[in-house]
Write a protein that binds this ligand. Structure first.
Ligand code: PLP
Length: 388
């Protein structure tokens, strides 16, 4: 099998599994316990908090463990909507956010909030000028994703952070696809809140965190015990958090090397596809893009058929995000960047990981080339084009 869907999820690193194992049996204590057997686990959680905080230039008490990206996004948006409702009820986001943000905004709209969805240009980038124009006296939150999960475009986060700070508005970023894949510093980038998810960078599923800058007035997310400073109650997922911490340690060490490795593979595959297969287009930015992301559209084919045939060859890829897979509609992200329908329906998202190799890229190219040519023979439009 060649796995090319690392934006959906990643394999758990063997060292991460090894680190997690004792926390299921030998070290099963509840971190809230007062005896040493339990409080050792509390200390371990604190160590992970430190590791994560250091990875983004934050301090440990600004890191709140959650069940993953979806929860972190929900908390940031709903938490600010609740705590700031007396100041205003206007939120600014983008039209290409993940559904964890879009559906949360839709929920708030039903409860008296107004949401501005910024449009993006043909590379998927929001316009800082447009953002400035959208700010109102009742704007309480700007939530713009760090990098898009389908097309890999990296947003101008530093500029957005500056604009938000100048206007005294909280800035949240969904960094689920970016964290541990590109360097992030919450102070340099003036980020007030940031969502991340462990299973996107070699950690286990069902665990993540929300960074909340010290002093930010945000409503609690879960009511119950005193865990996570009383803001997100519930016995901690100790093994999961320990695994996420180990995944962060490993990713921090290898990030610079991994960026080059992934980018080289991506560029090679991109070059082969675009130079050897006609009627293709790249979706997303050529330069401001996650290192492992390649989103390509092939005219005269159905993306779903391409995916099924790739699957039969043991290659796992995707058409859009995992959450929209199975839907017949072409992707709202591709629509937002203006990809023509005849290209959008033949889209392929390849997201590489460090378990892929350059040899894989040759195999993948050969299979794609063969399948695209085969499928195109079923397109009347393509056959007529060839006859002409
Ligand atoms: N935000 C983005 C940009 C994502 O890509 C994803 C998952 O694909 C999520 C949020 C949701 O994260 P999780 O799967 O941890 O709930």
């Amino acid at each position: 099998m060649i796995y090319l869907d690392h934006a959906a999820t990643t394999p758990v690193h063997p060292e991460v599994i090894e680190e997690m194992m004792p926390y299921f049996n030998e070290k099963f204590g509840n971190p809230s316990g007062i005896y040493e057997f339990a409080s050792e686990n509390k200390e371990k959680l604190q160590k992970v908090r430190n590791v994560i905080a250091e990875s983004i230039g934050a301090s440990a008490d600004e890191i709140y463990f959650t069940s993953g990206g979806t929860e972190s996004d929900n908390w940031a948006v709903r938490g600010i909507a609740e705590s700031m409702k007396d100041k205003g009820k206007h939120i600014i986001t983008s039209s290409i956010e993940h559904h964890a943000i879009l559906n949360t905004c839709e929920f708030l709209e039903k409860h008296g909030y107004e949401v501005t969805y910024l449009e993006v240009d043909d590379s998927g980038m929001i316009s800082p000028e447009q953002l400035k124009k959208s700010i109102r006296t009742d704007t309480i939150l700007i939530s713009i994703m760090f990098a898009n999960n389908e097309i890999g475009t990296i947003e101008p986060i530093r500029e957005i952070g500056e604009i938000a700070a100048e206007h005294n508005i909280y800035f949240h970023t969904d960094a689920v696809q970016a964290y541990m894949h590109v360097p992030i510093n919450v102070n340099d980038m003036k980020i007030d809140m940031m969502s991340a998810s462990s299973h996107k960078f070699g950690g286990p599923k069902g665990v993540g965190f929300l960074y909340i800058r010290d002093g930010i007035d945000i409503a609690n997310f879960m009511y119950g015990g005193g865990q996570e400073s009383g803001k997100r109650a519930g016995t901690e997922n100790v093994a999961g958090i320990v695994g996420m911490g180990k995944a962060v340690e490993l990713a921090v060490k290898s990030m610079n090397k991994d960026i080059i490795y992934l980018r080289n593979m991506r560029e090679y595959l991109y070059y082969r596809i675009t130079s050897e297969i006609p009627y293709v287009r790249l979706n997303g930015s050529r330069t401001e893009r996650l290192p492992g992301n390649l989103n390509i559209s092939f005219k005269y084919i159905e993306g779903e058929s391409l995916l099924i045939m790739l699957d039969m060859e043991g290659i796992c890829a995707s058409a859009g995000s995992a959450c929209t897979a199975g839907s017949k509609e072409s992707s709202y992200v591709l629509k937002a960047i203006g990809v023509p329908e005849d290209f959008a329906k033949g889209s392929l998202r390849i997201t590489l990981g460090t378990d892929n190799t350059m040899d894989d890229m040759d195999i993948v190219f050969e299979k794609i080339n063969y399948i695209v040519n085969t499928l195109r023979e079923f397109s009347d439009e393509y056959v007529n084009l060839k006859i002409k």
